[in-house]
Write a new protein. Structure first.
Lengths: 243, 288
């Protein structure tokens, strides 16, 4: 069996030009799990995602996935390895139809048409709303449908690890519940998930284990329920809920 | 009677204008480069048609098939080798580069072909036909049809093919396209190559109708610019709408106040659009 770590980071540093954002990130994300990454605004979560998908270059450290060294690889190489990034704000191709957005997800795959059609069926089964509107421009969708489309586009890239940045941002609780259920199903089908989430309760409830980031560093890690019960975490991220 | 004549002329000319502008619009929309060499590409295409007919007796219809791949490769290499080096630089740098390249190409054409106006005259002439009691030369009609076919081909390519989708994706959201594994540099080169190919083909069609000289390049560039502003940037339907509108305004204007003022009118229209509707007829606001 291959290395059970879908993501292994050692001392990863990155940033934008002169500005360093990530100050040595160490992570070990297990295959087949849902892992949450939480932290306040500006903690560096999105920067970490962008580095992991190759949008911004690593400055230092090591990046492995299932035993393969991805350090310094391009976005296309990382994608080819099955690490797929669903970016913050969804970043759909607004003027293109849902179907074309999904096809863009499969852009760099060397799969047959039949295989891609089958995966598209799978996305439509997971999100029937997308099927109904498949010829509609993505920009005309509601926020929740856009998030479904973004996740669907990610699934079309045949992910081993699906990294989702801000799943619930701007969505109603009901929609978030639907999306969470969909993610649980996908995970049960074997997709590992790394989730960045502002809604800490949802994230810790959903995940197997979680990492907490602050000021560009990982400050805590543990199992979801364990962190959810931790008074310090509750105080820092769920403070208002205490009675 | 006169009204129908003006309308049909505008329709014929409008499709050609769209064809002139569409490559320019594609490059502007996708690469965010204002390609000042576009006009000279068109003239070079016209010379290609003229030379092929004059020296090799190749009919302009075949010249179209030769021009497309030739110009594509030329444009592709130009982007890969030169423009790509400054593509991330501020817009003034790419503008200066295409300006310089235009000077080189245009002066090379003046050197080799001289500045004299030449005319591609088909023999035997294709004659003319009567449409709604209006006389239309057949070569113009074929040129218009070809322009429409080229425009339609580009539309299909962008909408239906994998590389076309990638071009549109890069235009809409460069970073998101990178996340899909799109090689943006190669898409830029392909889009620039397509722009050049369309310019070359437009030049071949122009040679059937207008006199050929390196001095006409700035007029073509001006038309392309106006059509893009009128129709809206970066969409095929926008270029078509802009081309038709421009031809209509020029046609009606020159009938009413004289052909000498056609260009003035088109630029007055440009200024009005820039003030009132800067996104153009079919452009979407905040799209860029």
């Amino acid at each position: 069996m291959a290395d059970p770590l879908i993501l292994e980071l050692q001392g990863l540093r990155a940033g934008y030009g002169e500005i360093q954002v990530l100050w040595g990130i160490d992570m070990a994300v297990r295959r087949g799990e849902i892992t949450a990454l939480i932290g306040s605004n500006g903690a560096g979560k999105t920067t970490l995602m962008r580095t992991l998908s190759g949008l911004i270059p690593m400055q230092d450290g090591h990046y492995f996935s299932e035993g393969r060294d991805l350090t310094g690889d391009t976005a296309a190489q990382i994608l080819a390895h099955g690490i797929v990034h669903v970016p913050e704000g969804r970043r759909l191709f607004g003027a293109m139809s849902i179907e074309d957005n999904l096809l863009m997800g499969a852009y760099s795959r060397k799969a047959s048409r039949a295989e891609i059609a089958r995966d598209m069926e799978r996305v439509y089964t997971t999100f029937p709303k997308l099927m109904e509107r498949r010829n509609q421009a993505a920009a005309t969708l509601s926020g929740g449908e856009q998030q479904m489309c973004a996740i669907g586009r990610g699934l079309m890239s045949a992910p081993r690890l699906l990294m989702i940045d801000e799943l619930s941002l701007g969505l109603s609780p009901l929609l978030v519940e639907q999306l969470v259920a969909a993610l649980r199903t996908l995970n049960a089908e074997g997709v590992s998930i790394l989730l960045v989430e502002q809604d800490v309760t949802t994230a810790l409830d959903l995940c197997h284990s979680a990492y907490i980031m602050d000021m560009g560093r990982i400050v805590r890690t543990g199992l979801g329920p364990e962190l959810l019960a931790d008074p310090i975490i509750r105080d820092a991220y769920l403070g208002v809920l205490e009675d | 009677m006169l009204a129908v004549q003006v309308l049909i002329n505008a329709l014929v000319l409008g499709c050609l204008y769209a064809c002139i502008a569409i490559g320019f619009s594609l490059v502007w929309g996708v690469l965010n480069v204002i390609n000042l060499i576009h006009g000279s590409f068109i003239v070079l295409g016209a010379y290609l048609a003229w030379g092929a007919y004059q020296w090799l007796a190749i009919s302009p219809w075949y010249a179209l098939v030769i021009a497309a791949p030739l110009f594509f490769v030329f444009g592709y290499l130009l982007q890969r080798l030169l423009l790509n080096r400054v593509i991330t630089a501020p817009v003034l740098v790419t503008l200066t580069l295409t300006f310089g390249l235009d000077l080189i190409l245009n002066n090379a054409m003046i050197y080799y072909f001289k500045a004299d106006y030449r005319k591609l005259t088909l023999s035997p002439p294709t004659g003319s036909i009567s449409l709604f009691d209006v006389v239309v030369p057949v070569d113009r009609l074929i040129a218009t049809a070809s322009a429409l076919v080229l425009t339609g081909l580009l539309y299909l390519l962008l909408r239906r093919s994998k590389v076309g989708r990638a071009i549109v994706a890069v235009r809409l959201d460069r970073d998101a396209a990178v996340l899909m594994g799109v090689d943006v540099k190669s898409i830029y080169a392909i889009a620039f190559g397509l722009g050049a190919a369309l310019a070359g083909c437009a030049g071949v069609l122009m040679a059937l109708i207008f006199p050929i000289s390196p001095l006409t390049s700035s007029a073509y560039l001006g038309k392309a610019f106006v059509v893009c502003v009128l129709g809206g940037l970066g969409s095929v339907s926008g270029a078509l709408a802009g081309g038709l509108l421009l031809a209509l305004v020029e046609g009606v204007g020159s009938t009413l106040i004289g052909p000498a003022h056609a260009t003035t009118l088109s630029f007055v229209l440009l200024i009005i659009f820039l003030v009132v509707r800067p996104q153009g007829l079919l452009g979407r606001k905040g799209f860029e």
